[in-house]
Design a protein around this ligand. Structure first.
Ligand SMILES: [Zn+2]
Length: 375
Protein backbone atom coordinates (compact mmCIF):
# COMPACT_ATOMS: atom_id res chain seq x y z
CA UNK A 1 0.00 0.00 0.00
CA UNK A 2 1.45 3.35 -1.02
CA UNK A 3 -0.13 6.80 -0.90
CA UNK A 4 -1.17 6.87 -4.54
CA UNK A 5 -3.32 3.79 -4.05
CA UNK A 6 -5.50 5.58 -1.50
CA UNK A 7 -8.46 7.12 -3.30
CA UNK A 8 -8.49 10.47 -1.52
CA UNK A 9 -7.43 11.90 1.87
CA UNK A 10 -4.98 14.22 0.12
CA UNK A 11 -4.73 16.64 3.04
CA UNK A 12 -3.75 13.97 5.52
CA UNK A 13 -1.28 12.46 3.05
CA UNK A 14 0.35 15.86 2.48
CA UNK A 15 0.66 16.34 6.21
CA UNK A 16 2.27 12.93 6.71
CA UNK A 17 4.74 13.48 3.86
CA UNK A 18 5.63 16.91 5.20
CA UNK A 19 6.53 15.44 8.57
CA UNK A 20 9.09 13.17 6.89
CA UNK A 21 10.53 15.91 4.68
CA UNK A 22 10.90 18.27 7.60
CA UNK A 23 12.36 15.48 9.72
CA UNK A 24 9.88 15.86 12.52
CA UNK A 25 8.33 12.42 12.57
CA UNK A 26 6.78 12.19 16.00
CA UNK A 27 7.59 8.84 17.63
CA UNK A 28 3.98 8.16 18.63
CA UNK A 29 1.08 9.14 16.43
CA UNK A 30 -2.59 8.37 16.71
CA UNK A 31 -4.54 8.29 13.48
CA UNK A 32 -8.19 8.52 14.37
CA UNK A 33 -11.21 8.56 12.17
CA UNK A 34 -14.53 6.78 11.59
CA UNK A 35 -14.79 3.25 10.20
CA UNK A 36 -14.16 3.29 6.46
CA UNK A 37 -12.03 6.47 6.40
CA UNK A 38 -8.93 4.58 5.29
CA UNK A 39 -6.88 5.15 8.45
CA UNK A 40 -5.15 1.76 8.34
CA UNK A 41 -4.26 2.25 4.66
CA UNK A 42 -2.78 5.64 5.56
CA UNK A 43 -0.72 4.13 8.39
CA UNK A 44 0.59 1.41 6.06
CA UNK A 45 1.49 3.86 3.32
CA UNK A 46 3.13 6.20 5.83
CA UNK A 47 5.21 3.43 7.40
CA UNK A 48 6.34 2.36 3.97
CA UNK A 49 7.22 5.94 3.03
CA UNK A 50 9.25 6.40 6.19
CA UNK A 51 11.20 3.20 5.49
CA UNK A 52 11.64 3.62 1.74
CA UNK A 53 15.26 3.90 0.61
CA UNK A 54 14.47 6.03 -2.37
CA UNK A 55 11.30 7.98 -1.67
CA UNK A 56 10.15 10.81 -3.90
CA UNK A 57 8.43 14.04 -2.94
CA UNK A 58 5.05 12.36 -3.13
CA UNK A 59 5.38 8.63 -2.50
CA UNK A 60 7.55 5.63 -1.71
CA UNK A 61 9.47 4.23 -4.69
CA UNK A 62 7.82 0.80 -4.81
CA UNK A 63 10.98 -0.99 -5.98
CA UNK A 64 13.63 -0.70 -3.27
CA UNK A 65 14.32 -3.63 -0.94
CA UNK A 66 12.23 -2.07 1.79
CA UNK A 67 9.22 -1.35 -0.45
CA UNK A 68 9.24 -4.89 -1.80
CA UNK A 69 9.08 -6.29 1.71
CA UNK A 70 6.43 -3.79 2.68
CA UNK A 71 4.31 -4.85 -0.25
CA UNK A 72 4.32 -8.39 1.15
CA UNK A 73 4.02 -7.03 4.68
CA UNK A 74 7.04 -9.05 5.77
CA UNK A 75 9.53 -6.29 6.52
CA UNK A 76 11.43 -7.34 9.69
CA UNK A 77 11.12 -3.85 11.19
CA UNK A 78 7.38 -3.59 10.65
CA UNK A 79 5.31 -4.99 13.52
CA UNK A 80 1.59 -5.32 13.94
CA UNK A 81 -0.73 -5.47 16.90
CA UNK A 82 -4.46 -6.03 16.29
CA UNK A 83 -7.47 -7.61 18.00
CA UNK A 84 -7.59 -11.40 17.96
CA UNK A 85 -9.84 -14.06 19.43
CA UNK A 86 -9.34 -16.95 21.78
CA UNK A 87 -8.76 -20.28 20.10
CA UNK A 88 -8.54 -23.90 21.12
CA UNK A 89 -4.80 -23.81 21.66
CA UNK A 90 -4.42 -20.49 23.44
CA UNK A 91 -6.64 -18.71 25.93
CA UNK A 92 -4.64 -15.52 25.47
CA UNK A 93 -3.41 -15.47 21.88
CA UNK A 94 -1.20 -12.65 20.62
CA UNK A 95 -1.30 -10.93 17.24
CA UNK A 96 1.52 -13.09 15.90
CA UNK A 97 -0.70 -16.18 16.39
CA UNK A 98 -2.71 -14.81 13.44
CA UNK A 99 -0.02 -12.95 11.52
CA UNK A 100 -0.28 -15.07 8.36
CA UNK A 101 -4.05 -14.59 8.19
CA UNK A 102 -3.62 -10.90 8.91
CA UNK A 103 -1.14 -10.39 6.07
CA UNK A 104 -3.37 -12.15 3.58
CA UNK A 105 -6.44 -10.27 4.74
CA UNK A 106 -4.87 -6.80 4.63
CA UNK A 107 -3.23 -7.48 1.28
CA UNK A 108 -6.64 -8.20 -0.22
CA UNK A 109 -7.92 -4.79 0.86
CA UNK A 110 -6.90 -2.43 3.67
CA UNK A 111 -10.51 -1.25 4.03
CA UNK A 112 -12.46 -3.52 6.37
CA UNK A 113 -14.40 -3.59 9.62
CA UNK A 114 -13.41 -5.30 12.84
CA UNK A 115 -16.23 -7.77 12.33
CA UNK A 116 -15.12 -8.75 8.87
CA UNK A 117 -11.58 -9.33 10.14
CA UNK A 118 -12.86 -11.48 13.02
CA UNK A 119 -15.21 -13.38 10.69
CA UNK A 120 -12.24 -14.21 8.50
CA UNK A 121 -10.45 -15.95 11.38
CA UNK A 122 -13.52 -17.50 12.96
CA UNK A 123 -17.23 -17.66 12.39
CA UNK A 124 -19.22 -16.80 15.47
CA UNK A 125 -19.64 -14.08 18.00
CA UNK A 126 -16.19 -14.14 19.57
CA UNK A 127 -14.98 -10.84 21.01
CA UNK A 128 -11.90 -9.41 19.38
CA UNK A 129 -9.35 -8.18 21.92
CA UNK A 130 -5.72 -7.27 22.33
CA UNK A 131 -4.99 -9.49 25.31
CA UNK A 132 -2.72 -8.82 28.29
CA UNK A 133 -0.23 -11.34 26.88
CA UNK A 134 0.46 -8.96 23.98
CA UNK A 135 2.40 -6.56 26.24
CA UNK A 136 5.35 -8.95 26.53
CA UNK A 137 5.47 -9.34 22.75
CA UNK A 138 5.49 -5.61 22.18
CA UNK A 139 8.34 -5.07 24.61
CA UNK A 140 10.32 -7.95 23.16
CA UNK A 141 9.98 -6.74 19.59
CA UNK A 142 10.83 -3.14 20.30
CA UNK A 143 13.89 -4.00 22.32
CA UNK A 144 15.36 -5.69 19.28
CA UNK A 145 17.70 -3.59 17.22
CA UNK A 146 16.22 -2.62 13.89
CA UNK A 147 17.25 -5.04 11.20
CA UNK A 148 17.21 -3.13 7.95
CA UNK A 149 15.59 0.28 8.38
CA UNK A 150 16.33 3.33 10.45
CA UNK A 151 13.03 2.88 12.21
CA UNK A 152 11.23 0.05 13.92
CA UNK A 153 7.59 0.66 13.23
CA UNK A 154 4.69 -0.74 15.21
CA UNK A 155 1.20 -0.34 13.81
CA UNK A 156 -1.45 -0.90 16.46
CA UNK A 157 -4.84 -1.33 14.88
CA UNK A 158 -7.72 -0.48 17.24
CA UNK A 159 -5.88 0.29 20.49
CA UNK A 160 -9.35 0.74 22.04
CA UNK A 161 -9.54 -3.07 22.14
CA UNK A 162 -6.45 -3.30 24.30
CA UNK A 163 -6.43 -4.87 27.75
CA UNK A 164 -5.75 -2.25 30.41
CA UNK A 165 -2.51 -3.84 31.58
CA UNK A 166 -1.21 -3.91 27.99
CA UNK A 167 -2.20 -0.27 27.57
CA UNK A 168 -0.29 0.65 30.71
CA UNK A 169 2.84 -1.11 29.54
CA UNK A 170 2.50 0.51 26.14
CA UNK A 171 2.22 3.85 27.88
CA UNK A 172 5.60 3.32 29.51
CA UNK A 173 7.12 2.52 26.12
CA UNK A 174 5.61 5.64 24.57
CA UNK A 175 6.93 7.74 27.44
CA UNK A 176 10.44 6.34 27.16
CA UNK A 177 10.62 4.85 23.70
CA UNK A 178 13.43 2.58 22.63
CA UNK A 179 15.62 4.34 20.11
CA UNK A 180 14.29 4.91 16.58
CA UNK A 181 10.84 3.56 17.26
CA UNK A 182 7.68 4.76 15.60
CA UNK A 183 4.26 3.89 17.01
CA UNK A 184 1.30 4.32 14.71
CA UNK A 185 -1.96 3.82 16.56
CA UNK A 186 -5.01 3.53 14.33
CA UNK A 187 -8.22 4.13 16.22
CA UNK A 188 -11.92 4.33 15.39
CA UNK A 189 -12.96 5.14 18.97
CA UNK A 190 -10.18 7.23 20.53
CA UNK A 191 -12.40 8.10 23.50
CA UNK A 192 -12.03 4.46 24.56
CA UNK A 193 -8.23 4.59 24.58
CA UNK A 194 -6.76 5.51 27.97
CA UNK A 195 -6.30 9.29 28.08
CA UNK A 196 -2.69 9.08 29.24
CA UNK A 197 -1.81 7.37 25.95
CA UNK A 198 -3.80 9.84 23.89
CA UNK A 199 -2.12 12.80 25.55
CA UNK A 200 1.32 11.44 24.62
CA UNK A 201 0.53 10.86 20.97
CA UNK A 202 0.47 13.32 18.18
CA UNK A 203 -3.14 13.30 17.03
CA UNK A 204 -4.01 13.05 13.38
CA UNK A 205 -7.73 13.33 12.83
CA UNK A 206 -8.92 11.78 9.62
CA UNK A 207 -12.28 12.77 8.16
CA UNK A 208 -14.46 10.43 6.12
CA UNK A 209 -13.75 10.26 2.40
CA UNK A 210 -15.38 13.03 0.38
CA UNK A 211 -18.38 12.20 -1.80
CA UNK A 212 -16.32 13.00 -4.86
CA UNK A 213 -13.50 10.67 -3.81
CA UNK A 214 -15.89 7.80 -3.17
CA UNK A 215 -17.67 8.44 -6.45
CA UNK A 216 -14.42 8.32 -8.42
CA UNK A 217 -13.34 5.20 -6.53
CA UNK A 218 -16.58 3.38 -7.38
CA UNK A 219 -16.35 4.34 -11.04
CA UNK A 220 -12.79 3.04 -11.24
CA UNK A 221 -13.40 -0.13 -9.27
CA UNK A 222 -16.76 -1.22 -10.67
CA UNK A 223 -16.82 0.65 -13.93
CA UNK A 224 -20.34 1.89 -13.11
CA UNK A 225 -22.18 4.97 -14.30
CA UNK A 226 -21.47 8.42 -12.92
CA UNK A 227 -24.99 8.79 -11.67
CA UNK A 228 -25.05 5.53 -9.75
CA UNK A 229 -21.63 6.13 -8.22
CA UNK A 230 -22.71 9.59 -7.12
CA UNK A 231 -25.85 8.24 -5.46
CA UNK A 232 -24.04 5.48 -3.56
CA UNK A 233 -21.26 7.88 -2.57
CA UNK A 234 -23.81 10.19 -0.97
CA UNK A 235 -25.47 7.38 0.97
CA UNK A 236 -22.13 5.91 2.10
CA UNK A 237 -21.54 8.94 4.32
CA UNK A 238 -17.76 9.02 4.01
CA UNK A 239 -17.15 5.28 4.42
CA UNK A 240 -15.40 3.49 1.61
CA UNK A 241 -16.37 0.17 3.21
CA UNK A 242 -20.06 1.05 3.26
CA UNK A 243 -19.85 2.26 -0.35
CA UNK A 244 -18.43 -1.07 -1.52
CA UNK A 245 -21.02 -2.97 0.52
CA UNK A 246 -23.85 -0.93 -0.94
CA UNK A 247 -22.57 -1.54 -4.41
CA UNK A 248 -21.94 -5.25 -4.01
CA UNK A 249 -25.14 -6.01 -2.14
CA UNK A 250 -27.38 -4.02 -4.36
CA UNK A 251 -29.26 -7.11 -5.54
CA UNK A 252 -30.15 -8.27 -2.06
CA UNK A 253 -31.16 -4.71 -1.14
CA UNK A 254 -33.56 -4.61 -4.06
CA UNK A 255 -35.01 -7.98 -3.09
CA UNK A 256 -35.45 -6.80 0.48
CA UNK A 257 -37.12 -3.64 -0.72
CA UNK A 258 -39.57 -5.71 -2.77
CA UNK A 259 -40.45 -7.85 0.27
CA UNK A 260 -40.88 -4.76 2.39
CA UNK A 261 -43.13 -3.05 -0.17
CA UNK A 262 -45.35 -6.11 -0.41
CA UNK A 263 -45.74 -6.40 3.34
CA UNK A 264 -46.65 -2.72 3.66
CA UNK A 265 -49.14 -2.90 0.81
CA UNK A 266 -50.93 -5.98 2.19
CA UNK A 267 -50.87 -4.58 5.72
CA UNK A 268 -52.38 -1.29 4.63
CA UNK A 269 -55.15 -3.05 2.65
CA UNK A 270 -55.79 -5.42 5.58
CA UNK A 271 -55.42 -8.23 3.06
CA UNK A 272 -54.94 -11.05 5.55
CA UNK A 273 -54.76 -13.86 2.99
CA UNK A 274 -51.85 -12.14 1.25
CA UNK A 275 -50.24 -11.33 4.62
CA UNK A 276 -50.26 -15.04 5.44
CA UNK A 277 -48.75 -16.07 2.13
CA UNK A 278 -46.14 -13.29 2.49
CA UNK A 279 -45.07 -14.65 5.87
CA UNK A 280 -44.86 -18.17 4.49
CA UNK A 281 -42.68 -16.99 1.64
CA UNK A 282 -40.21 -15.29 4.00
CA UNK A 283 -40.26 -18.28 6.34
CA UNK A 284 -39.13 -20.37 3.36
CA UNK A 285 -35.88 -18.43 2.99
CA UNK A 286 -32.75 -19.09 5.08
CA UNK A 287 -32.07 -17.71 8.51
CA UNK A 288 -29.36 -15.30 7.31
CA UNK A 289 -31.66 -13.95 4.61
CA UNK A 290 -34.40 -13.46 7.22
CA UNK A 291 -32.09 -11.56 9.55
CA UNK A 292 -30.79 -9.55 6.64
CA UNK A 293 -34.34 -8.60 5.66
CA UNK A 294 -35.17 -7.47 9.20
CA UNK A 295 -32.02 -5.34 9.49
CA UNK A 296 -32.82 -3.84 6.13
CA UNK A 297 -36.37 -3.07 7.22
CA UNK A 298 -35.21 -1.35 10.39
CA UNK A 299 -33.00 0.90 8.31
CA UNK A 300 -35.78 1.77 5.87
CA UNK A 301 -38.17 2.51 8.75
CA UNK A 302 -35.64 4.83 10.33
CA UNK A 303 -35.01 6.68 7.07
CA UNK A 304 -38.74 7.06 6.47
CA UNK A 305 -39.24 8.45 9.96
CA UNK A 306 -36.54 11.02 9.16
CA UNK A 307 -38.44 11.97 6.02
CA UNK A 308 -41.66 12.30 8.02
CA UNK A 309 -39.92 14.54 10.50
CA UNK A 310 -39.05 16.85 7.62
CA UNK A 311 -35.38 15.98 7.33
CA UNK A 312 -35.59 15.69 3.57
CA UNK A 313 -33.20 18.53 2.87
CA UNK A 314 -31.04 17.45 5.70
CA UNK A 315 -28.07 15.12 5.45
CA UNK A 316 -29.77 12.73 7.86
CA UNK A 317 -31.51 10.82 5.10
CA UNK A 318 -29.44 8.16 3.35
CA UNK A 319 -31.69 6.78 0.65
CA UNK A 320 -30.97 6.34 -3.00
CA UNK A 321 -32.55 5.10 -6.21
CA UNK A 322 -35.54 2.79 -5.81
CA UNK A 323 -35.60 3.26 -2.06
CA UNK A 324 -35.84 7.00 -2.39
CA UNK A 325 -38.58 6.72 -5.02
CA UNK A 326 -40.65 4.37 -2.87
CA UNK A 327 -40.11 6.33 0.33
CA UNK A 328 -41.25 9.56 -1.24
CA UNK A 329 -44.85 8.34 -1.07
CA UNK A 330 -44.52 5.87 1.77
CA UNK A 331 -42.97 8.01 4.50
CA UNK A 332 -46.24 9.56 5.83
CA UNK A 333 -47.18 6.09 7.10
CA UNK A 334 -44.22 6.08 9.49
CA UNK A 335 -44.40 8.57 12.31
CA UNK A 336 -43.77 9.10 15.98
CA UNK A 337 -47.01 7.27 16.83
CA UNK A 338 -46.02 3.92 15.42
CA UNK A 339 -42.25 3.88 14.94
CA UNK A 340 -41.34 2.63 18.42
CA UNK A 341 -43.73 -0.29 18.31
CA UNK A 342 -42.82 -1.15 14.74
CA UNK A 343 -39.12 -1.12 15.58
CA UNK A 344 -39.80 -3.21 18.69
CA UNK A 345 -41.71 -5.82 16.71
CA UNK A 346 -38.95 -6.17 14.11
CA UNK A 347 -36.30 -6.35 16.81
CA UNK A 348 -38.24 -9.05 18.64
CA UNK A 349 -38.63 -11.01 15.42
CA UNK A 350 -34.88 -10.69 14.87
CA UNK A 351 -34.01 -12.16 18.24
CA UNK A 352 -36.53 -14.99 17.73
CA UNK A 353 -35.00 -15.83 14.36
CA UNK A 354 -31.56 -15.81 15.94
CA UNK A 355 -32.78 -18.13 18.69
CA UNK A 356 -33.92 -20.56 16.00
CA UNK A 357 -37.66 -20.05 16.56
CA UNK A 358 -40.33 -21.33 14.19
CA UNK A 359 -40.02 -18.95 11.24
CA UNK A 360 -43.63 -19.37 10.07
CA UNK A 361 -44.96 -18.32 13.45
CA UNK A 362 -42.44 -15.51 13.87
CA UNK A 363 -43.21 -13.90 10.52
CA UNK A 364 -46.97 -14.38 10.65
CA UNK A 365 -47.00 -12.82 14.09
CA UNK A 366 -44.82 -9.98 12.85
CA UNK A 367 -46.93 -9.37 9.75
CA UNK A 368 -50.16 -9.24 11.77
CA UNK A 369 -48.68 -6.76 14.23
CA UNK A 370 -47.52 -4.60 11.31
CA UNK A 371 -51.06 -4.74 9.91
CA UNK A 372 -52.31 -3.20 13.14
CA UNK A 373 -49.63 -0.54 13.23
CA UNK A 374 -49.80 0.73 9.63
CA UNK A 375 -52.80 2.89 8.93
ZN1 LIG B 1 11.17 2.27 -1.73
Amino acid sequence: MNFSQIPGQKETIDRLIRSVKEQRVSHAQLLSGPEGCGSLALALAYARYVSCENRSETDSCGICKSCVKYEKMIHPDLHFVFPVIKNKKETEPVSDSYIEEWREFVKRSPYFTLNSWLDSIEVGNAQGLIFASEAGEIIKKLNLKSFESDFKIMIIWLPEKMHLSTANKLLKLIEEPPEKTLFLLVSEEPDKVIPTIISRCQLIKIPGFSIRDIRDYLIRKYNCSDEKAQEIARVANGSIIRAAELFENEDSSLQNLEKFKKLMRFAWKRDIISVISWSEEIAGTGREAQKNFISYTLRILRENLMLSLGQLKNDLVFLAGEEAAFSKNFHPFINQENIYQLADEFNIAYSHVEANGNAKIIFLDLALKVTKLIR
